[in-house]
Design a protein around this ligand. Structure first.
Ligand SMILES: [Zn+2]
Length: 131
Protein backbone atom coordinates (compact mmCIF):
# COMPACT_ATOMS: atom_id res chain seq x y z
CA UNK A 1 0.00 0.00 0.00
CA UNK A 2 1.22 3.48 -0.86
CA UNK A 3 1.22 5.97 1.95
CA UNK A 4 -2.21 7.68 1.93
CA UNK A 5 -0.67 10.93 3.19
CA UNK A 6 1.28 11.35 -0.06
CA UNK A 7 -1.84 11.93 -2.16
CA UNK A 8 -4.84 14.22 -1.69
CA UNK A 9 -7.14 11.54 -3.11
CA UNK A 10 -6.18 9.01 -0.43
CA UNK A 11 -5.55 11.26 2.55
CA UNK A 12 -9.13 10.87 3.76
CA UNK A 13 -8.57 7.12 4.22
CA UNK A 14 -6.88 7.84 7.53
CA UNK A 15 -9.78 10.01 8.67
CA UNK A 16 -12.25 7.29 7.65
CA UNK A 17 -10.19 4.74 9.55
CA UNK A 18 -10.13 6.95 12.66
CA UNK A 19 -13.90 7.39 12.46
CA UNK A 20 -14.43 3.64 11.98
CA UNK A 21 -15.88 4.07 8.50
CA UNK A 22 -13.46 1.78 6.63
CA UNK A 23 -14.50 -1.75 5.69
CA UNK A 24 -12.57 -4.61 7.31
CA UNK A 25 -10.37 -5.38 4.29
CA UNK A 26 -9.23 -1.77 3.81
CA UNK A 27 -8.77 -1.33 7.56
CA UNK A 28 -6.51 -4.38 7.71
CA UNK A 29 -4.44 -3.13 4.78
CA UNK A 30 -4.10 0.29 6.40
CA UNK A 31 -3.13 -1.21 9.77
CA UNK A 32 -0.28 -3.11 8.07
CA UNK A 33 0.90 0.11 6.43
CA UNK A 34 0.70 2.09 9.70
CA UNK A 35 3.03 -0.42 11.36
CA UNK A 36 5.83 0.59 8.97
CA UNK A 37 4.97 4.28 8.34
CA UNK A 38 5.86 6.83 11.01
CA UNK A 39 3.85 9.65 9.37
CA UNK A 40 0.61 7.66 9.28
CA UNK A 41 1.25 6.32 12.76
CA UNK A 42 1.69 9.88 14.09
CA UNK A 43 -1.42 11.04 12.20
CA UNK A 44 -3.55 8.27 13.69
CA UNK A 45 -2.15 8.94 17.18
CA UNK A 46 -3.22 12.58 16.81
CA UNK A 47 -6.65 11.54 15.59
CA UNK A 48 -7.01 9.18 18.54
CA UNK A 49 -6.26 12.08 20.89
CA UNK A 50 -8.89 14.23 19.18
CA UNK A 51 -11.52 11.48 19.39
CA UNK A 52 -10.66 10.85 23.05
CA UNK A 53 -10.97 14.55 23.81
CA UNK A 54 -14.33 14.67 22.02
CA UNK A 55 -15.55 11.66 23.99
CA UNK A 56 -14.70 13.28 27.32
CA UNK A 57 -15.96 16.76 26.40
CA UNK A 58 -19.23 17.69 28.00
CA UNK A 59 -21.23 20.65 26.78
CA UNK A 60 -21.75 23.31 29.44
CA UNK A 61 -25.33 23.73 30.60
CA UNK A 62 -27.39 26.20 28.65
CA UNK A 63 -28.24 29.37 30.54
CA UNK A 64 -31.84 30.45 31.01
CA UNK A 65 -31.36 33.51 28.83
CA UNK A 66 -29.74 31.51 25.99
CA UNK A 67 -32.91 31.17 23.92
CA UNK A 68 -33.78 34.85 24.28
CA UNK A 69 -30.29 35.98 23.24
CA UNK A 70 -30.24 33.49 20.36
CA UNK A 71 -33.56 34.77 19.02
CA UNK A 72 -32.36 38.37 19.32
CA UNK A 73 -29.28 37.55 17.27
CA UNK A 74 -31.29 35.62 14.70
CA UNK A 75 -33.79 38.45 14.29
CA UNK A 76 -30.95 40.93 13.84
CA UNK A 77 -29.37 38.70 11.18
CA UNK A 78 -32.70 38.25 9.39
CA UNK A 79 -33.24 42.01 9.43
CA UNK A 80 -29.68 42.57 8.25
CA UNK A 81 -30.13 40.16 5.35
CA UNK A 82 -33.50 41.69 4.43
CA UNK A 83 -32.02 45.16 3.87
CA UNK A 84 -30.19 44.27 0.61
CA UNK A 85 -33.30 42.48 -0.66
CA UNK A 86 -35.44 45.54 0.10
CA UNK A 87 -32.87 47.79 -1.58
CA UNK A 88 -32.86 45.57 -4.67
CA UNK A 89 -36.66 45.59 -4.77
CA UNK A 90 -36.66 49.39 -4.49
CA UNK A 91 -34.17 49.71 -7.36
CA UNK A 92 -36.26 47.36 -9.52
CA UNK A 93 -39.41 49.33 -8.68
CA UNK A 94 -37.74 52.65 -9.54
CA UNK A 95 -36.51 51.18 -12.82
CA UNK A 96 -39.99 49.85 -13.59
CA UNK A 97 -41.64 53.21 -12.87
CA UNK A 98 -38.97 55.12 -14.82
CA UNK A 99 -39.29 52.72 -17.76
CA UNK A 100 -43.07 53.03 -17.82
CA UNK A 101 -42.84 56.77 -17.47
CA UNK A 102 -40.56 56.99 -20.49
CA UNK A 103 -42.87 54.66 -22.43
CA UNK A 104 -45.82 56.85 -21.48
CA UNK A 105 -43.92 59.97 -22.57
CA UNK A 106 -43.05 58.32 -25.86
CA UNK A 107 -46.70 57.39 -26.35
CA UNK A 108 -47.72 61.01 -25.70
CA UNK A 109 -45.13 62.28 -28.15
CA UNK A 110 -46.36 59.83 -30.80
CA UNK A 111 -49.95 60.93 -30.18
CA UNK A 112 -49.04 64.61 -30.54
CA UNK A 113 -47.17 63.88 -33.79
CA UNK A 114 -50.18 61.99 -35.17
CA UNK A 115 -52.51 64.83 -34.17
CA UNK A 116 -50.24 67.39 -35.86
CA UNK A 117 -50.14 65.20 -38.97
CA UNK A 118 -53.94 65.00 -38.92
CA UNK A 119 -54.25 68.78 -38.56
CA UNK A 120 -51.80 69.28 -41.43
CA UNK A 121 -53.78 66.79 -43.56
CA UNK A 122 -57.05 68.57 -42.76
CA UNK A 123 -55.51 71.94 -43.71
CA UNK A 124 -54.31 70.49 -47.00
CA UNK A 125 -57.80 69.10 -47.52
CA UNK A 126 -59.36 72.53 -46.77
CA UNK A 127 -56.90 74.24 -49.15
CA UNK A 128 -57.65 71.71 -51.87
CA UNK A 129 -61.43 72.14 -51.35
CA UNK A 130 -61.13 75.97 -51.48
CA UNK A 131 -59.48 75.80 -54.91
ZN1 LIG B 1 1.90 6.31 5.50
Amino acid sequence: MNCPLLSEQTSDVLLDYSAGRLDAARATTLQKHVLVCDACSAFLAGQAEVWAALDTWKAPPVSISFNRRLWQKLRFRIWKSAVPVAAAALIIMIGFVYDHKSQKSQMEIDQVERTLDDIQLLRQFDVARAL
